[in-house]
Design a protein around this ligand. Structure first.
Ligand code: ZN
Length: 609
């Protein structure tokens, strides 16, 4: 007979009735609760640091507390299990844990013909539910309100459906509490990179209690879609020539904490961190210290710095990891991270060149370009241009509301420094206003102030030069370096051989080089008012055999990659035991003592060896 499901770890399952014995032949609720299988499910989320959960837990619940309907037990679907196993095996490998026997897809799960059900249906359902617009409103209607997670997801999905030919949503991973980090993308051909089309990302709500960026990006998505459909030539040109990715909330768990306190009542810091209490904008690898070290040595490369291995020994938030993985999937050129609490645009470096100086101007080699990028935002923002002393962010008015990050205050582990030093992407930080969680009535005004800034910033991705690097047969050369004399920061070509180099107006000497080829040099002049990237292609000639030594030298300058994020786009990170010290010489993994202390039944099936 069916009875109420009363297991606390399975309380969010899509059904409410279960039956005993379960699929493991456990005969009572007490027997389940004291079993190592159930204990595992209860702590899985923390063991895997949020990866693959709550999906895996719900999958396990479908075995330990099977769905009961009309006094019949139903089995969960095998294909759901297989999909999760493929996606989540690496997370188990990373902590040296075997795939739990009771999640054996062939054994405890059923095929569709046998009438299985999807135990994750509710999880998906939450994301796909349609919300009808209040009747009588045009589809271009934007609700200038705060959006809960579910509302945000609905708006983004609805927008992508309405603009299906130019928009698409996708998830870059999950937050610690299991919320999808949902992105909406706009492009002439959503879902794919096009040759020489530059890619931009805008990220909001990295600090969960700084909510204006989240709302601005939700409105921007709707605005881009509507204006595209209405035939706005500027928006059509922008979308047809650019791939724009919007991630309104990088920290949806923190947002929940802040939103629970409510607009206007939110304290200065509650909800800033993610669910693990990590500040995501301090959680990226500190490559800036490494940069300062390298920069003091003549002739070394100071760009595309690899992630140091010790980084993985510390706590890495799933949100941080998701961003790093995302950066591998597309050749991003430009980015902005939207914050709140002040009114200013800041640009790298955020970490001071002197570790003890908390306020010290610390420019990158691309100082000129970064200033232009920051200006593109600030100069068209009516509040940032306001010269009155008493205004929000008034102490930045002399600098025109633009400041070098470390000159404002120095910190390490930030996202912008990481973008610049690890990839080809230039990222700035925008502080959208003094109130982190403003009342709803303020949102429309904030949108009016930021709309033009956001658009003109995104358009900046078309500054400088772009082109393709090929060999003499017209084959693309990927990972070739594009050097600019006088700027010690190279960019590299993407997999189709295409590149983008943001550059300020003026004359530049640009060099393309790749291992095994002779380098090619070109002089380019970028006119003052040019708003389209100039096209500069390079054709590389192979080096003769006499040049082997040089070629070897060039090879050596390519960073040796012992990088757990893994290339090519490998879905899960971290080599075996990179995060925790590997269990040496046959000793048990770190989590073993936890299980043995809780239950007399030792779950040897969790051990790989
Ligand atoms: Zn912030």
């Amino acid at each position: 007979t069916c009875m109420d499901l009363q297991l606390s770890s399975c309380a969010d399952a899509a059904y409410t009735q279960t039956a005993f014995p379960n699929l493991l032949e456990q005969r009572s609720r007490e027997a389940v609760e004291s079993s190592p299988e159930y204990i595992l499910l209860s702590v899985l989320h923390h063991l895997l640091e949020g990866q693959c959960n709550p999906d895996l837990r719900l999958l396990g619940c479908a075995v330990l507390a099977p769905r009961c309907e009309g006094s019949r037990v139903r089995r969960p679907c095998r294909h759901v299990c297989e999909g999760l196993r493929e996606a989540c095996q690496p997370a188990f490998d990373a902590i040296d844990m075997a795939w739990p026997y009771f999640l054996d897809c062939a054994h405890y799960f059923a095929r569709e013909e046998e009438g299985c059900y999807d135990p994750l249906e509710k999880l998906r359902g939450d994301l796909e539910a349609e919300e009808a617009l209040p009747s009588g409103l045009p589809p271009t209607f934007i609700r200038f309100a705060h959006h809960s997670y579910a509302q945000m997801v609905r708006v983004l999905k609805r927008t992508a459906t309405r603009c299906a030919q130019v928009a698409k949503t996708y998830s870059i991973g999950r937050s610690f509490d299991g919320k999808d980090l949902l992105v909406i993308e706009f492009s002439g051909r959503p879902g794919q990179h096009e040759l020489m089309e530059p890619e931009v990302k805008l990220i909001g709500n990295i600090h969960g209690n700084e909510v204006v960026g989240r709302e601005m990006l939700i409105y921007l998505a709707q605005y881009l879609c509507s204006e595209y459909l209405l035939g706005n030539p500027r928006i059509q040109r922008l979308i047809n020539t650019t791939r724009i990715h919007l991630l309104p909330s990088m920290n949806p768990d923190g947002y929940e904490v802040a939103a629970a306190e409510g607009a206007g009542y939110n304290g200065w810091t509650s909800g800033r961190q993610n669910a693990q209490n990590l500040d995501l904008n301090r959680n990226f690898p500190d490559l800036t210290s490494e940069y300062y070290r390298l920069a003091s040595v003549r002739g070394t490369r100071t760009d595309h710095i690899p992630i140091p291995e010790h980084y993985w020994w510390g706590k890495v938030a799933p949100e941080t990891k998701a961003i790093m993985k995302w950066m591998r999937t597309a050749p991003f050129v430009l980015s902005a991270s939207l914050h709140g609490g002040d009114l200013v645009v800041s640009y790298p470096f955020d970490f001071s060149k002197h570790p003890l100086e908390v306020k010290m101007f610390s420019p990158t080699p691309d100082e000129k370009m970064f200033k232009l990028l920051a200006r593109a935002y600030a100069d068209v923002h009516p509040m940032m241009m306001d010269r009155s002393e008493g205004r929000c962010g008034g102490n930045f008015r002399k600098q025109g509301s633009v400041i070098n990050g470390a000159d404002w205050y120095s910190f390490t582990g930030g996202m912008s420094d990481f973008n610049y030093l690890h990839s080809n992407c230039f990222e700035i930080t925008v502080e959208l206003g003094c109130v982190k969680f403003p009342p709803e009535e303020a949102l429309y005004g904030l949108w009016l102030n930021n709309k033009e800034s956001l658009l003109s910033f995104v358009e900046m991705v078309h500054r400088g030069i772009k082109g393709v690097v090929m060999d003499r047969f017209g084959q693309p050369v990927k990972n070739a370096r594009i050097l600019v004399k006088g700027i010690r920061h190279d960019v590299t070509t993407a997999s189709d051989g295409d590149y983008w180099r943001l550059l300020p107006p003026g004359s530049h000497i640009v060099i393309a080089q790749a291992p095994g080829y002779s380098k090619v040099m070109k002089r380019v002049t970028i006119p003052l008012r040019m708003r389209k990237a100039g096209r500069v292609d390079f054709i590389l000639q192979p080096l003769g055999t006499g040049h082997k030594k040089l070629s070897r030298e060039l090879q050596r300058t390519v960073p040796a990659s012992r990088d757990p994020l893994g290339e090519p786009p490998q879905l899960d990170l971290e080599p075996l035991g990179a995060r925790r010290q590997p269990s040496a010489g046959g000793s048990k993994p770190w989590w073993w003592s936890y299980f043995t202390s809780l239950s007399p039944h030792r779950p040897r099936w969790l051990l790989k060896y």
